[in-house]
Each structure stands twice: as C-alpha cells, then as structure tokens.
Design a protein around this ligand. Structure first.
Ligand code: OAD
Length: 247
C-alpha cells in the first residue's frame, strides 16, 4: 500500500454518490476468527460436505452441532478489530450507505455498523427445523443437539449451508443496493462463493468503481480499479484518517 493509493481511494469515496461494501472472512481474521480458504482456512482442516450441508445435518446433527458450538464460542470471545470499527465509522460519516457481509459473526454490528445485510445468516442464532421457533445464543449451547422448546424437534444453526438458497429478504436488499451502487469496497473475501462474489462484477458492469482490500489476490482482483494489498485492520483506518484530512 502506498500513501498515493490511499489518497486515490479517499478521492473515490468522496466522489461516490452511493458507496457500499462487501466483506468476507478476511475482515474478521484479525479478530481471531479463522477464514475458510488459504493456509489456515477451515476448509483445509474440515470437509464442508460433512459439516455445512443439510445432508450432513440429517446424517449426524451432533457432529455438525459440535463444530458450530466451537465456532459460536470463538465468535462470542472475539472483539471487533480496527477494520470493523473503520467501516462503522465510514457509515457514521455518511460515506458508506450499507454493508453486505458473507460473515455469520456479529462483529460488524458490535463495531457499530447499522445497515448490515447478512447474506449467509447468523451463527449466534438457531431455528427449529419444524416450526417458526428461533433463538439467540449468549453462550455456546450446552446440550447438543439443542431441541425446540415448542415442538421438541431439532434446532439448527441459522446459517446458509452449501446446497441451500440465501435468505430471501437479505438477497433482495443486497441486489437492490448493488444496482444503486456507484462504488464498492470489497474487503477480505476470496470472491469464489456465489451469488455474493458476483456483486462487485455487477457494480463494475454498471459503470461503478471497485476498490479491493485483501492480503492476497482474489477472484475479484482482475476487475478492480484499485487493489490495496494488506490487512484490513491497517488499511481501513488509514483510509478514514485520509478522509478526515480532506473534509
Ligand atoms: P475465504 O476464506 O474464502 O476468503 C478470505 C479472504 O480474506 C481471502 O481472500 C484472504 O486473502 C483474505 N484475508 C485474510 N486475512 C485478511 C486480512 N487480515 N485483511 C484482508 N484480507 C484478508 O472467505 P469468504 O470469501 O468470506 O460460506 O468465503 C465466502 C464463503 O465461503 C463464506 O461465507 C462461507 C464459505 O464457505 C458459507 O458458509 C455459505
């Protein structure tokens, strides 16, 4: 990252009419939550088809819940890092209109971001597989697998698994924001999971500017206008600092 690149990004943000952000696991990596791909990625150690599909849950709900219980514990212990805080600040300052995240943690919300669209659900919630019951965890579930207090069926994590559609409302809102955006900040995502990974391409096709922050190149890098290489927790605060000098 150079000071010149940070200045350019600040200019784009100041010029944009409708800036949105798309985040992925990389933004929470500096809070101690593992990413999915890459050297220490979860999908290097675990098989998604055994832990993150409706079929896996049907076969072995205890195994699936054990993995989610561990991840719920990690999220509850984690704290928002300077990257999350800078994105919340960008919204408070009026520059960022909304944030679309693939993350199932609540670190954007805890950092103070208000308009957060969660495309892949919320790991701190569980829902009944049979009725409308939904609950929120303030500590990891003790009894595995947790059962519905209303109908005694199994509860499942309120997240999107492979082979499942995205939550309708979140998807609708994400699409409408994508069509309005004239600039997008893409932070810490490999960009390989659809439809989230297609969002920056749509913004670009419609004439918008794409800025990417990542420690390495992603599936989105070939179309970006500016690529800032480095940790989100360092680069996003640097952008805020630059913006503060300019207005
Ligand atoms: P990935 O694990 O695929 O990608 C994480 C990205 O973050 C990589 O491109 C890293 O280079 C980058 N990265 C790591 N640390 C970073 C840092 N400190 N600063 C900036 N970038 C950093 O995670 P996602 O793209 O979020 O889906 O994965 C998308 C979806 O795949 C997830 O939501 C999940 C997974 O399967 C479901 O579970 C449905």
């Amino acid at each position: 990252m150079s000071a010149e690149e940070i200045r350019k990004v600040a200019e784009i943000i100041l010029d944009a009419n409708f800036l949105i952000a798309l985040t992925g696991a990389g933004i929470s990596a500096e809070s101690g939550i593992p990413t999915f791909r890459g050297k220490n990625g979860l999908w290097n150690k675990y098989r998604p088809e055994e832990l993150a599909t409706p079929q896996a849950f049907k076969r072995d709900p205890i195994k699936v819940w054990e993995w989610y219980r561990w991840r719920i514990g990690l999220v509850l212990k984690a704290k928002p890092n300077p990257g999350h805080i800078a994105l919340a600040e960008l919204e408070k300052l009026g520059f960022l209109k909304a944030l679309i995240t693939q993350n199932v943690d609540d670190l954007h919300e805890r950092a103070g971001s208000r308009r957060v669209i969660k495309l892949h659900g919320n790991i701190l919630e569980a829902r009944c597989i049979n009725c409308e019951y939904k609950t929120k965890f303030s500590e990891p579930p003790r009894e595995i697998p947790p059962k519905c207090p209303v109908c005694s069926s199994l509860l499942r994590p309120n997240v999107v698994w492979f082979n499942e559609p995205l939550p309708e409302e979140a998807l609708r809102e994400a699409l409408s924001l994508t069509y309005r955006a004239d600039a997008i900040l893409v932070v810490g995502t490999s960009g390989v999971v659809m439809p989230a990974g297609a969002i920056p391409f749509t913004v670009k096709e419609r004439g918008g500017v794409v800025i990417e922050i990542n420690i390495s190149e992603s599936a989105i890098t070939p179309i970006v206008d500016i690529f800032l290489r480095g940790p989100a927790g360092k680069l996003l605060p640097a952008i805020i600092e630059e913006l503060r000098k300019k207005y």
